[in-house]
Write a protein of this length. Structure first.
Length: 189
């Protein structure tokens, strides 16, 4: 097992604090206190709170983008691709609820990485929409407004970070299957 670096510990702790309080409300002093170290010691491992936010959000956004690219490149039906999208969200959300919270709630605080983040998000959403549109064209999905379908699915998937921590036991496969049944079967012809 890979040893966790001090920088990784700082990022993990910061993500938890950002989820609890919001990025703007967390100070470097709060972070240092949560870590049990002096604030000045943080700067031996990171440059700024902004760098921590970038590390958290960009990593999660890139995970989603790479996952979606693999799904798009697959030779599966569009319904199967949508199920893979649900699995992708469940997997990333289950493994990083704090990072997902930062992605959803604090992305607008990205400074020099905001444009890059928005590019990733726009690509992801365009690919998601493309799967739905192709599914409609192939008569796999009801002929309904593709943007509303995507919005409905993404609203649920983006909020998993709120629901998952409340579950004492969570089987990611069961969750992904259940969400697919609810979110996809309703649009499946």
């Amino acid at each position: 097992m890979k040893k966790v670096t001090r920088k990784e510990e700082i990022i993990k702790t910061a993500a938890k604090l950002f989820k609890e309080k919001g990025y703007s409300a967390v100070t470097m002093r709060d972070l240092a206190s949560a870590m049990g170290i002096k604030a000045a010691s943080l700067y031996n491992h990171i440059n700024s709170k902004q760098d921590i936010l970038k590390a958290i959000i960009i990593e999660v956004a890139e995970d989603f983008t790479h996952g979606m690219r693999a799904i798009i490149a697959s030779e599966q039906s569009n319904i199967s691709k949508l199920k893979k999208v649900v699995e992708l969200h469940v997997s990333i959300s289950s493994n990083n609820t704090n990072g997902i919270a930062a992605l959803n709630n604090d992305w607008m605080h990205l400074e020099d990485q905001l444009e890059y983040y928005l590019k990733l998000r726009n690509e992801y959403e365009a690919n998601f929409l493309s799967i739905i549109e192709q599914g409609i064209s192939a008569n796999e999905i009801k002929n309904s407004n593709p943007e509303i379908i995507m919005f409905s699915m993404l609203s649920t998937l983006r909020s998993l970070y709120l629901w998952i921590p409340k579950k004492d036991t969570l089987n990611s496969n069961e969750l992904a299957n259940g969400l697919s049944e609810i979110l996809i079967e309703g649009i499946n012809i």
